[in-house]
Write a protein that binds this ligand. Structure first.
Ligand code: FAD
Length: 730
């Protein structure tokens, strides 16, 4: 056996383990787990040119299936802990912003991805994908052995031979090996038992294990083997006996062999980071109201979907190009974003529409996504990932998938507000389906979703039905996941909306609780309406533009694709506190705009929205009766006694001419034009609200009309008088 060669590895791996002790927790795994937590600075150096084979799980902490899979992977690592240093088990959290590029380099496009790296692998491409049918530990163990055997030319020095023993080898075994015991495991060709026990005993000295196939007749006869599997213990004094176990099983064999007199465990320590307290700065909880939608979640979803998920593909081809074009087209059309975000989506959409052919290198798309093209109008999408309504009680709960659902619902509801004759009812659902199929990193989630879509999406006949279809399918997913490991205990997976949010959505027919779909639709339209989107924790757009250009000037060059991802206390740049409306500080030098400057759009949105909402809530509290048809009583989470009518409040605000769309109506125009107009609006609006500005314009218009009227009147009168005989003429 090659046991003597273990020691240098042991030292190396101990060092690695020590280095990793201070590493941050790997999302779903912690340093106490019996596996190696790899990250950007340790992945390549550990896995490539290593004398061990490595089995690495690339996962994303937000991915539901990774959460389900984590206990299996942990159990597998514990189960084969003794196979180290022949095989090491590791994990990498690809959701961690620091690791994203590295995961891309290793060709990871979905999660979880399991890769086997043979010993002395040279490059990331050398990793072989391991499929995990049935997700059972046994399947995975066998898959490792199969992969090990496929790479005979790069056999890990610490790994004992796994091939079946021959008569000759057994005959001269004790002459060539300095051990007291040899265990022979007789088995059929398909059985993995002998190889598993061989690897289990890898770290034990004074004993060797060999498998013997049932087809090896001479040995079968010599030892009188009658059943497969069965095992015999040969001692170097020439004696042998059947290994006395109650069951011919792996654990019984290893238990027996490890307790033989003179058998000791070698000095090698498993590759395992010692238990250390997890050092994380907890992310401060952001107060969020469950009856609201937060722009921070939506913008984070956009950023993550376009700049992280899509970026996993170095070249987009065929179906993926189509899926991206459709998705971005729908976003550009329906996303009720802040002006610069809408500019951003429109410019990406325009760029994609001009792409000829069906091949897009991501490097080209990246220029558009990071707004690095010269002469572009301010079109920015923050690269901060900030969860507010989607913040989980732990970093691996909620986050991205939550925000993606929210974005999808919002889009289906927006489509109902923009309906036109001939609108394809599947426009949004189709785009969404394509995105999930092509890019959503949680591959099993995508498969489940595709199953639901294939079953019934084509039955949708109208945009209203599309919004309801998504709502009901999301509820199916909620029902399937309720009570599983992906459920955040603080956010149980409910059939949504619960009665506290929408009482009329729930009705009882023949003592059975059923949904009132008309009420649900009305609720969805109110809940996912722009008026219910709050800007808390978003970075002001003007500050974003300034930051973006400052970073470009300072040579940071690349608008990092995910700066400030909120992972276990990592720092985020930019504005972090709740967005407090403040009086706009006008400064002609845009460069000097800092975080305390809030653009007028956001300010008035927040200010008037909250005023109007408060007024509506007070009215509702006073028993203000709203017409049954228009009313969707929503109970606010923080004041469950107040029935609140979002739809009516929205309508009132709409009548008062408020809303981001109205403010930047010029968005329909050219982008440069848009910039000028929005600046004009800002200059006009120093200290005034939109309403004030609108009233000024109306008054100005009325007084001009009045003056014109007076002028016309006096002019007519003068002419009339001139025509009379008594009127003196010049
Ligand atoms: P989410 O289910 O993410 O909901 C987000 C928010 O949407 C909620 O907070 C609520 O405000 C609102 N909401 C909830 N239900 C509805 C509804 N019916 N209609 C409208 N709004 C609603 N995880 C898995 O483990 N397995 C899967 O197969 C899987 N498939 C997925 C498929 C897709 C397309 C997506 C986007 C995600 C999938 N996920 C899956 C993730 C999972 O559904 C959740 O997103 C994740 O567990 C986070 O849950 P959450 O508690 O934040 O609420």
């Amino acid at each position: 056996m090659a046991r003597g060669r273990c020691h240098p590895h042991a030292l190396l791996l101990l060092l690695l383990a020590a280095a990793l002790a201070g590493a941050p927790p790997g999302g779903l795994y912690s340093p106490g787990d019996p596996l190696v937590l790899l990250q950007v600075d340790t992945l390549e150096s550990s896995v490539l040119n290593s004398s061990s084979a490595w089995l690495v799980e690339f996962y994303a902490s937000w991915c539901g299936h990774c959460v389900h899979f984590a206990p299996i992977w942990r159990a597998l690592a514990a189960d084969i802990q003794e196979w180290s240093p022949a095989v090491n088990v590791a994990v990498v959290d690809c959701a961690d912003i620091a690791n994203q590029k590295m995961c891309g380099k290793f060709g990871i496009t979905g999660f979880p991805t399991l890769k086997f790296f043979k010993a002395f692998s040279k490059s990331p491409e050398d990793g072989t994908k391991i499929f995990h049918p049935g997700d059972s530990i046994q399947n995975l163990r066998q898959s490792i052995i199969t992969n090990l055997e496929m790479h005979k030319e790069t056999w890990p020095p610490a790994c004992p031979p796994l091939e079946p023993a021959s008569v000759e080898e057994i005959r001269g075994f004790f002459q060539t090996n300095n051990v007291t015991y040899l265990a022979l495991i007789f088995e059929t060709n398909e059985s993995f038992l002998g190889r598993e026990v061989t690897l289990d005993m890898l770290q034990y000295e004074n004993v060797a294990v060999r498998r013997v196939l049932s087809s090896e007749e001479e040995l079968v006869k010599k030892y009188g083997v009658t059943a497969f599997p069965s095992s015999f213990l040969l001692i170097n004094n020439g004696t042998f006996s059947r290994i006395p176990v109650q069951m011919e099983a792996r654990s019984f064999y290893t238990h027996f062999l490890r307790r033989l007199p003179g058998v000791t465990r070698g000095p090698y320590m498993p590759t395992r980071a010692p238990d250390t307290p997890i050092k994380t700065t907890p992310i401060p909880r952001k107060p969020a109201d469950r009856s609201k939608v937060y722009m921070a979640d939506l913008e984070s979803a956009l950023h993550y979907a376009l700049r992280v998920e899509v970026a996993r593909f170095s070249v987009l081809t065929g179906e993926r190009v189509r899926a991206l074009k459709d998705f971005v087209a729908v976003l550009a059309k329906y996303f009720p974003g802040r002006p610069f975000v809408q500019n951003f989506l429109r410019s990406v959409d325009r760029w994609l529409r001009n792409v000829r052919g069906s091949r897009i290198p991501y490097s080209a798309l990246k220029l558009v996504l990071t707004n690095r093209k010269e002469g572009q109008a301010p079109a920015v999408l923050s690269n901060n990932v900030t969860w507010v309504g989607c913040q989980g009680s732990e970093p691996h709960f909620r986050g991205y998938p939550c925000s993606l659902w929210t974005l999808f619902h919002l889009l289906t509801v927006q489509a109902t507000r923009h309906r036109r004759l001939g609108t394809d009812p599947l426009e949004v659902l189709g785009a969404m389906r394509g995105y999930v199929q092509s890019f959503f990193g949680c591959r099993e989630c995508a498969q489940h979703f595709e199953g639901m879509a294939a079953e019934s999406m084509d039955k949708v006949r109208s945009v209203d039905e599309a919004a309801l279809w998504l709502w009901s399918r999301h509820n199916r997913v909620n029902a399937r996941l309720a009570g599983t490991a992906t459920e955040d205990p603080q956010f149980p997976k409910l059939q949504w909306p619960p009665p506290e949010l929408c009482h009329p959505c729930h009705s009882v027919v023949k003592r059975r609780q059923v949904w009132d779909e008309a009420a649900v639709l009305q609720f969805l339209k109110a809940y996912f309406s722009p008026i219910n989107i709050f800007l808390n924790y978003t970075e002001p757009e003007t500050a974003l533009v300034v930051r973006r250009s400052r970073e470009a000037k300072e040579g940071a060059g690349e608008w990092a694709m995910g700066v400030g991802m909120e992972v276990g206390g990592s720092e985020r740049r930019g504005f972090s506190g709740p967005r407090k409306p403040s009086i706009v500080r006008m400064n002609p030098k845009m460069q000097e705009l800092e975080e305390d400057i809030v653009d007028l759009d956001s300010f008035s949105e927040l200010h008037y929205k909250s005023k109007a909402l408060k007024a509506a809530a007070v009215a509702a509290n006073k028993g203000h009766q709203l017409s049954k048809r228009d009313t969707i009583p929503l109970l606010l989470a923080d004041d469950s006694h107040q029935a609140f009518d979002y739809a009516a409040a929205w309508e009132r605000l709409r009548q008062r001419g408020l809303g981001s769309k109205q403010l930047i109506g010029a968005l329909e125009e050219d982008e440069g034009d848009t910039l000028r107009r929005s600046h004009w609006f800002r200059m006009l609006g120093v200290g005034f609200s939109h309403l004030d500005v609108s009233l000024c314009i109306i008054l100005y218009f009325l007084s001009s009309m009045c003056l014109l009227g007076m002028y016309t009147f006096f002019r007519m009168r003068t002419r009339h008088r001139k025509g009379r005989p008594s009127f003196p003429t010049a």
